[in-house]
Design a protein around this ligand. Structure first.
Ligand SMILES: *[C@@H]1O[C@H](CO)[C@@H](O)[C@H](O)[C@H]1NC(C)=O
Ligand SMILES: *[C@@H]1O[C@H](CO)[C@@H](O)[C@H](O)[C@H]1NC(C)=O
Ligand SMILES: *[C@@H]1O[C@H](CO)[C@@H](O)[C@H](O)[C@H]1NC(C)=O
Ligand SMILES: *[C@@H]1O[C@H](CO)[C@@H](O)[C@H](O)[C@H]1NC(C)=O
Ligand SMILES: *[C@@H]1O[C@H](CO)[C@@H](O)[C@H](O)[C@H]1NC(C)=O
Length: 561
């Protein structure tokens, strides 16, 4: 702990010095600052654009080390933290882990494509190290777990460096009726980097911003209904929401076992595919993973990244949902989306323009998902809390959690209320072993599946559905099917600034990004990744607009200093 604080303090000094040196340099000699220089004529990759392939080339050719990478990313994170509040905690052991991985590489041992690559994880994914896992709540500060969450353990086995925990919407947006995306009691407010006071969206808010700005190489997010795809689109990155059960949820602070899933948020589809490859797979501690087909054998998601992925496919556009679901302020998203549909046709797909969802009304009038999430939360939260090896607040279920949250001042009750839990306790009051749960679950799966994209895939004999990311979450959430979102466009420079409901964050405005999503059947990740890759390579949208804030520390400022 002391070592960690020292490293962070030392880095603070380094940053102050670098910022000073850099501003002087920029004034006198723009464009040839030390951060652009290279080793033996090979330039350093820019950390806001770098891919896994670039990092592996640089590490393998000794252009830089993983220790250099960690130092550069920490320096960038500390700079961004001042304005954007992206990262809750840095891993105090990150430099030592990087040094150990550098030593392995030096003797010819590389574990794979993620060897020595620093990655952030959402602050719901537990690690058995010095870092806290709180979902942004003081109720869990200082609590410990018996082992790493399975996905965190898998990242480490693959050689990734867990660089820190990303701030998020508290309890993955499952606490208040009057809060907003990206806020948590223990984390404060995360902001997006494309417009001042931009909503980062949620709930994997910090994961999205950190990936977008290259504060780490990429991040893990988690989604129950929109929490990967939505912050991915609003921060201009790629997000994969895997089939529920493809990635283990063991030791992840839950909302719902039927809907929760963990996936990568990265700047390119291929990078996201590399990360998914590392974290997917069966886990005896999460029996939903026993549903993975082919005896749990995971397809090669990286090899699925093919420019020809659309050739011979049938892609459906659910126009009826788009007409109902997009408001006049998002007309620009629909306009870009329509251009994208033409691009997809040019890439070799047969587009079925009116692949209607049959049951939008029944779905939107149903309470089924609300009941499922609530009943699951009561059960799954208690299970997570029962696994803790040290639990300083003694919170053990939804009742004691609500009591703690309402009485601990920093939890900001009642200006951030507990209405999601009040409803569970006072209105529904049953967990997921109750027959009323199963009725709701079956209703949700029927309305959301047959009445939504699964029904359309079936009736129109489609390979995938394509839709603006704003509408990509709800139906796949209830049936547990995968979504891949890719950057599609940006609001134009003169677009009016519109605030969120609470009036404290910019929801849409100049330069704010949006995405396009590919939806399929359960376990269809490889197919969707292929399409997302072909579309991304054809359009390369992410690089067309830069965030207004980009930390100005690069590898060249670190290597050799
Ligand atoms: C997120 O979390 C930290 C620590 O919990 C908080 O102080 C800060 O305001 C938020 N932003 C950070 C750390 O980037
Ligand atoms: C980020 O900034 C906040 C307040 O400005 C601070 O409390 C927090 O510790 C910082 N986080 C990191 C990782 O330095
Ligand atoms: C975890 O939380 C405890 C209690 O607030 C704090 O002392 C510790 O520094 C935190 N760990 C890290 C890595 O920030
Ligand atoms: C997982 O195990 C629980 C009981 O431990 C059982 O109720 C549930 O049906 C199992 N789920 C799957 C997908 O096998
Ligand atoms: C669910 O509720 C029933 C009935 O109140 C109770 O007996 C059971 O222990 C609860 N199970 C979980 C996992 O919370």
């Amino acid at each position: 702990m002391k070592y960690g604080s020292f490293v962070i303090l030392a880095l603070h000094c380094l940053i102050a010095w670098l910022a000073h040196a850099w501003s002087k340099q920029e004034a006198s000699d723009p464009g040839t600052g030390s951060h652009l220089t290279a080793v033996k004529g090979t330039p350093f990759p820019s950390l806001i654009d770098v891919t896994i392939d670039d990092l592996q080339n640089g590490l393998q050719s000794e252009l830089f080390t993983s220790v250099d990478l960690v130092k550069a990313y920490i320096a960038r994170t500390l700079l961004a933290n001042v304005t954007l509040n992206v990262i809750t905690e840095l891993n105090p052991d990150a430099l030592q882990i990087a040094a150990a991985l550098d030593a392995e590489r030096a003797v010819g041992m590389t574990r794979g494509p993620l060897h020595g690559v620093p990655i952030f994880i959402k602050n719901t994914i537990a690690t058995a190290d010095k870092m806290n896992n709180t979902a942004g709540s003081y109720a869990l500060l200082g609590a410990t777990v018996p082992r790493d969450a399975t996905v965190a353990a898998k990242l480490r086995e693959a050689g990734a460096i867990i660089l820190g925990k990303a701030n998020m919407s508290q309890w993955s947006s499952f606490r208040s009726g009057n809060s907003n995306d990206g806020w948590s009691a223990h984390g404060g407010q995360v902001y997006g980097a494309y417009y001042p006071m931009q909503t980062p969206s949620g709930s994997s808010s910090g994961s999205g911003v950190a990936t977008s700005l290259g504060l780490g190489f990429a991040s893990l997010g988690a989604e129950t209904d929109g929490s990967i795809v939505s912050p991915s689109q609003r921060n201009g990155v790629v997000g994969i929401k895997p089939t529920v059960g493809l990635t283990s949820r063991h030791l992840i602070i839950p909302i719902s076992e039927h809907q929760d899933t963990v996936g990568p948020m990265a700047r390119t589809v291929k990078d996201a595919a590399y990360i998914l490859q590392a974290i997917a797979g069966p886990d005896p501690r999460d029996n939903y993973t026993s549903g993975i087909p082919n005896d749990g054998k995971i397809p090669d998601y990286v090899a699925a990244c093919k420019l020809s992925a659309f050739r011979g496919t049938r892609i459906g556009v659910p126009r009826n949902l788009i007409q109902l679901g997009m408001n006049p302020d998002s007309a620009v998203e629909v306009l870009e989306f329509n251009t994208a549909v033409s691009t997809i046709r040019e890439l070799g797909a047969t587009v079925i323009e009116n692949a209607k969802y049959a049951g939008i009304r029944g779905w939107s009038e149903s309470d089924a998902e609300r009941i499922v999430l609530g009943a699951d939360f009561i059960s799954n939260l208690a299970t997570y809390l029962s696994e803790l090896t040290f639990n300083p607040t003694g919170v053990r279920d939804i009742i004691s959690l609500r009591e703690f949250t309402r009485t601990f001042a920093a939890e900001m009750y009642p200006s951030r209320d507990t209405s999601r839990w009040d409803e569970l306790i006072e209105k529904y009051g049953f967990n997921n072993t109750d027959p009323r749960f199963w009725t709701a679950y079956k209703e949700g799966v029927h309305l959301g599946g047959d009445g939504g994209h699964l029904g359309a895939l079936q009736r129109f004999n489609l390979d995938a559905i394509v839709i603006p990311t704003k509408l990509a979450n709800g139906f796949p959430a209830v049936v547990g099917s995968p979504v891949v979102t890719v950057p599609l466009g940006f609001y134009p420079p003169l677009h009016p600034v519109r605030f969120n409901k609470k009036g404290n964050l910019v929801a849409t405005g100049p330069n704010i990004p949006f995405g396009i999503s590919f939806l399929g059947r359960k376990w269809d990740e490889a197919k969707l990744i292929g399409m997302a890759y072909a579309f991304e390579q054809k359009t390369m949208t992410r690089n067309k607009v830069r965030p207004y804030f980009v930390p100005n520390i690069e590898l060249g400022d670190i290597v050799g200093h």
